[in-house]
Design a protein around this ligand. Structure first.
Ligand SMILES: [Cu+2]
Length: 145
């Protein structure tokens, strides 16, 4: 019984993770009341399809606007910002920059829900918790200095 469980654990650790790269944020920390430039880093498309848009719901505690980027059109909407264009091929990496300010009363962590659009497919990076299947990128907020 013990051996079986151990074998299962080893097998599980050898299986490729379904979506390893995800969407990363850099830097991962920012300070209350200060301006920030946040890069959202896309490492792959949607299950093989090229990325054609990225949409970010702007959370409480952050004001942000999308910076222009060659080949992409910044989009500013109703509580949402993003880019459309590309397409960014499935295995290519790109970063999309948000410029904004962390509010003086921002919470200790800010999740940025991102929808990655690939033509008629999409991946919603909106789940809490880094271990979830489609985690939202999270910014840690440091106290004001
Ligand atoms: Cu991934």
């Amino acid at each position: 019984m013990k051996t079986t469980r151990l074998t299962a654990a080893i097998l599980a650790s050898l299986l490729p993770l379904p979506a390893l790269a995800h969407i990363h944020i850099a830097p991962e920390q920012a300070r209350r009341g200060e301006p920030v430039e946040l890069a959202l880093i896309v490492g792959h498309g949607c299950a093989g399809a090229a990325t054609t848009a990225l949409r970010v719901a702007i959370p409480a505690g952050l004001s942000a606007e999308p910076l222009a980027q060659p080949g992409w059109q910044p989009v500013i909407g109703n509580g949402e910002v993003g880019w459309q264009g590309g397409p960014l091929p499935d295995h290519d990496k790109a970063q999309f920059i948000l410029r904004g300010t962390i509010a003086a009363d921002a919470p200790e962590s800010i999740a940025l829900p991102v929808v990655q659009v690939c033509g008629d497919k999409q991946v919603r990076w909106i789940e809490p918790g880094a271990q979830s299947e489609s985690p939202a990128p999270v910014l840690q907020v440091l106290p004001a200095q």
